[in-house]
Ligand binder design. Structure first.
Ligand SMILES: CC(=O)N[C@H]1[C@@H](OP(=O)(O)OP(=O)(O)OC[C@H]2O[C@@H](n3ccc(=O)[nH]c3=O)[C@H](O)[C@@H]2O)O[C@H](CO)[C@H](O)[C@@H]1O
Length: 396
């Protein structure tokens, strides 16, 4: 025993760089990060068994209350507005058309997703000043026989378009829900283009709740050169898929860049702001870079992305990621190109319109697709209208 102790103390000194590195890692990964991150949904430290249910229930409750508030707001608005002047006020060739694709929801209808989104759009449009920053069109793709009551309630405020009875008859035989969803999307893209010839189009699904900086950020994206070489720009990617270890080549580069940047800052701080005598070596630098990278990944890249919200200029644009289409920006005439591409594909389970679109952008010469980070919308749809829902729905 005595011999072992002498041996260890001979090879292991607390002041050695290896010991200091070990202490730093133990403190960071074993104490500080678990304390700070155990309630963060998108962190590796999130204690799912303890907090997932309470966080999910709180989110559901919050959405329910916002839905009920939106319902009261729009019922009130509908009863005080006498004429339906939405149609007369259509502006031809607007700079931006926001189309909201909506259908009646049987599950989760009390959350009134469409009414929440419409109320938020109305609020955000008011902040644009004299010149409206966008025209809004609601595309009600409900095929009946029951009506989409939320869309009906909004008719006095927004332009609401629907299929004609003939078009509805033609679409009756489509039984696959994913093919139907795609056809509905194509219908809305075409309708917006035919009615207004907009300069740019954003298509929102009816559970895509625009965040406060939505319009300034879209405007900023459209002012950048890359936008007009894009078939589409995704404005949302699920938070759970934003990790570095969800390999996307550009993310790995961002991760390494973050490590190098963080290590440089740490080394400068150590050299200039502490009384420690410190000899710099490439091994120190490598260690600190890896340390920063692991901290960022374990704490959650999602939270780092939030810092970019400080200004629209800080939003990152990267090659498009695969999943989901709740909020899409189609610059120039891209919306009509997308309608044509989608028309040629057949959708089914496992090959929904988001996957088809992603593959089209990758395989068609001359077409490029991008994603923006962080998200410009919040996905509020806890209940899907195309898939079976877990009961009760959970956040992840
Ligand atoms: C957040 C998220 O991951 N959302 C994706 C998920 O939607 P979800 O599974 O979340 O379905 P959802 O209920 O949000 O519906 C998506 C959109 O399809 C519309 N709709 C629905 C039924 C129908 O017959 N016709 C129709 O047009 C509906 O109004 C909504 O605008 O999967 C879809 C593909 O299947 C899309 O990739 C969605 O972006």
């Amino acid at each position: 025993m005595l011999r072992w102790r002498t041996c260890t103390s001979k090879h292991f000194r607390w002041s050695s760089p290896v010991a200091q590195g070990l202490i730093l890692c133990t403190l960071t990964f074993g104490v500080i990060l678990p304390i700070c991150c155990h309630r963060l949904l998108y962190s590796y430290y999130f204690l799912k068994p303890l907090y997932l249910d309470s966080l999910s229930n709180a989110a559901l409750q919050e959405s329910y209350e916002r839905g009920q508030e939106a319902l009261r707001f729009w019922e009130n608005a509908a009863s005080t507005k006498t004429t339906n002047d939405a149609l007369e006020m259509i502006i031809k060739k607007p700079d931006l058309l926001v189309t909201v694709v909506t259908t009646r929801r049987s599950e989760g209808k009390d959350y009134h997703y469409l009414l929440q989104v419409a109320q938020q759009l109305k609020t955000l449009l008011k902040t644009c000043g004299n010149k409206a920053c966008a025209e809004v069109m609601l595309c009600d793709v409900e095929r009946g026989p029951a009506l989409n009551e939320d869309a009906l309630l909004l008719e006095k405020e927004f332009l609401v378009v629907r299929r004609s009875p003939d078009e509805l008859l033609q679409g009756r035989e489509v039984s696959d829900i994913f093919e139907r969803e795609k056809q509905d999307y194509v219908f809305c893209l075409r309708k917006g283009w035919d009615m207004m010839k907009p300069k740019n189009v954003v298509v929102l699904e009816d559970d895509a709740f625009p965040l406060t900086n939505f319009f300034p950020s879209v405007k900023n994206l459209l002012s950048r050169k890359f936008a007009f070489n894009s078939l589409y720009i995704k404005l949302y990617h699920p938070e759970r898929l934003q990790r570095y270890w969800n390999p996307e080549p550009y993310r790995i580069l961002e991760w390494i860049g973050l490590g190098v940047f963080g290590a440089t800052i740490l080394l400068l701080l150590l050299l200039h702001c502490t009384p420690l005598s410190f000899t710099f070596s490439p091994a120190h630098f490598l260690f600190l870079a890896l340390y920063i990278m692991v901290v960022a990944e374990l704490a959650g890249r999602h939270y780092l992305l939030e810092f970019r919200r400080l200004s629209p200029q800080l939003y990152a644009v990267c090659p498009a990621t695969e999943c989901c289409t709740p909020a899409m920006l189609y610059p120039g005439n891209a919306s009509i190109r997308v309608a044509e591409y989608l028309d040629q594909a057949v959708c089914a389970q496992g090959n929904a319109k988001d996957m088809v679109l992603y593959r089209i952008a990758r395989s068609t010469p001359g077409e490029k697709a991008h994603s923006v980070e962080p998200n410009l919308i919040k996905h509020i749809g806890a209940y899907s209208s195309v898939r079976t829902n877990p009961n009760p729905p959970r956040l992840i």
